[in-house]
Ligand binder design. Sequence first.
Ligand SMILES: [Zn+2]
Length: 269
Amino acid sequence: MGSAVGGRYGRCMRAYRAGPVVVATLVLSTACGGAAPAAYQATPTVSPLREPLAGKVVVIDPGHNGGNAAHPEEINRQVDIINGRKACNTTGTETDDGYTEHAFTWDVANDLKPMLEKLGAKVVLTRPDDKGVGPCVTERAAIGNEARADAVVSIHGDGAAPGGHGFHVIMPGLLPGHNDDVIKPSRRLGRAIRDAFRAGTGLPYATYTARNGLQTRTDLGGLNLSKRPAVFIECGNMRNDGDAAKMSDAAFRKRMATSLAAGLRRYLN
Ligand SMILES: [Zn+2]
């Protein structure tokens, strides 16, 4: 009998030492251990498993916007992208059937956002809906910088010649004195997303541009101005019939989002 009491006491002590991780056990154990410290009794229930992306901030930048085409004067305004000037934003492309790039990027972004949130990440989108104008590439980059994003992903669909198909990921090139610190992590992010997107969607690397699905560019304001690890992904060629069919399919877009989440998770861990 003495050993049974001792054993029970031992369990109580372990429970207290483990702290808030085993709140349910503590509530039961007050009977055998006598007075549990007040601090333990007052501890609210917390999840015993830390979410894999807890504490991480991801900025998702859905390319273009639904109101851009109707506001050329705002969209064509030239903005400074460090090594040149460029339009504030563009209208983007669309499939032959009229599924627009801004709608595609908005749809994928909104599939991806809850997936990342479920993993514990804080997610910030660079635009609140698909009906607005802009924001300019300068503002999009500033949103990632101000959020101190651990990763920024700009989602696009390409408007290349119809014969080309497949996806590619674009990483920032070095602009000395401006983005030195983010070149290496952006390459890691780019490779993680490239690998996950290839594995998760089965889409080939772009047949018409980039190399093994990866490209470095210094003419994109969103990348040039980012002080955080950032990449673009051209998820497919919307002018190609095969890619367009996949990009227009809601179930396939979910696969794309799942693949992006997997790539981000791998990079952020
Ligand atoms: Zn685009």
